[in-house]
Design a protein around this ligand. Structure first.
Ligand code: UD1
Length: 366
């Protein structure tokens, strides 16, 4: 490394990580004196869950893919830790950046902290306060171990302050998911995605379900499928199926109840935002979609008992709905497109602010 060069190493592994990385990688690429190394853990490995995002979002090729794949939480987290440790020693970065709340985030936080490398957490401070969610455990530990906490919203800053994070560590930079959306929405809209899927603009539903809380319990998954099938009697319902959900469908047969619903393979980022932007309604348990629908003003039924993104309910279009067929149908009937207040600093510039904090000494502390 030449003198004065900053070496930043980003660890990513799962689909939502790649979307968050894209604007950050772009902001770093514009900086002289910054070397950005990307390590892919291989948590997500199918082309449609991983490589297509690197291609379409112009993310530089990872320096390394650790190739860990699936497994139980302990197996996956431990495999990432074992494979990552020698790489962090080899690259010896000034900072490790971690993203969101997946197992790759947790594993990288544990390894980097024990090697004494400073950690920056992109999307810090979100809390569902539901420790039965694996992601909540990952969030809490990742934040506790991070020296730089890049928060997407004011409530996230408040959570961190309440937990005792140092004021100087918390930077309210905004939401990198919205950076990606702002950058790619024009191309997605121009691509005429609804017509390609044979659905009328403004007249269809997009559904995505993958959380263990919905997918791993057969009764719950059956209720969700029944709810979607009833929505499909009124208008087209497009359901891109996540690998976890596909596995559940194979074992418990719930997919047989999805009469009238169009099942799709996982979609590329551009196809997904192109479809969501012109949809009448989104039914989901995804964190990213709660945010994207809020920005787009599309009604969103969030099939969860809680959310780490309450701002999407308070200012945005998301509504928490029980994973029961009757509740889904009733909430869908009540959902209408309406004007929303886009949360502060969800403006496409969060990644630039992160670069400013890291390289220019900028501060977005409260
Ligand atoms: C993970 C994240 C979740 C995030 C989601 C986005 C954790 C704890 N959870 O959940 O927060 O919302 O990613 O997608 O990290 N699989 C494939 N192909 C792939 C990827 C996964 O077949 O490309 C299979 C795995 O082998 C496994 C299942 O899908 O059997 C679940 O994958 P896993 O990485 O364990 O967690 P996700 O459910 O994807």
């Amino acid at each position: 490394m030449s003198p004065g060069t900053w070496r930043v190493l980003s660890v990513v592994g799962a689909r939502p990580n790649f979307i968050k990385l894209a604007p950050v990688a772009r902001a770093f690429a514009e900086r002289a004196g910054v070397e950005h190394i990307i390590v892919h853990t291989g948590q997500h490995y199918d082309d449609e869950m991983s490589d297509v995002f690197f291609r379409h979002l112009d993310i530089p090729h990872p320096a390394v893919n650790l190739g860990v794949g699936g497994g139980s939480h302990a197996q996956q987290t431990a495999a990432i830790m074992l494979a990552l440790e020698p790489r962090l020693k080899e690259f010896a970065p000034d900072v490790v950046l971690i993203y969101g709340d997946v197992n790759s985030t947790l594993a990288a936080a544990l390894v980097a902290s024990k090697l004494g490398i400073a950690i920056g957490h992109v999307e810090a401070g979100l809390r569902s306060r539901d420790m039965t969610m694996p992601e909540e455990v990952n969030r809490v530990v990742a934040d506790r171990l991070s020296a730089l906490l890049f928060a997407p919203s004011r409530d996230a800053c408040e959570n961190l302050a309440w937990e005792g994070a140092a004021c100087a560590a918390v930077h309210f930079v905004g939401n990198v998911m919205i950076d990606a959306l702002v950058a790619h929405l024009p191309a997605a809209r121009a691509a005429g995605v609804p017509a390609r899927f044979g659905v009328p603009a403004g007249g269809y539903v997009v559904a995505t379900i993958h959380r263990p809380g919905n997918v791993d319990r057969p009764d719950t998954l059956r209720e969700v499928c029944d709810g979607l099938a009833r929505l499909a009697r009124e208008r087209p319902v497009l359901f891109p199926v996540h690998p976890r959900t596909r596995e559940a469908f194979l074992t418990n047969g719930a997919a047989a109840r999805l009469g009238g619903v169009t099942l799709l393979d996982p979609l590329s980022y551009l196809d997904m935002i192109g479809l969501v932007a012109d949809s009448a309604l989104v039914v989901t348990d995804s964190g990213g979609l709660q945010e994207e629908t809020t920005f787009l003003g599309v009604p969103c039924l969030t099939l969860r008992p809680n959310t780490e993104r309450p701002i999407t309910v308070e200012c945005g279009t998301s509504r928490l709905v029980a994973s029961r067929a009757d509740a889904i149908v009733a909430a869908a009937a009540a959902a209408t497109r309406r004007a929303v207040t886009v949360p502060n600093r969800w403006d496409g510039k969060a990644a630039e602010r992160i670069a400013g904090v890291l390289f220019d000494g900028a501060s977005y502390t409260q």
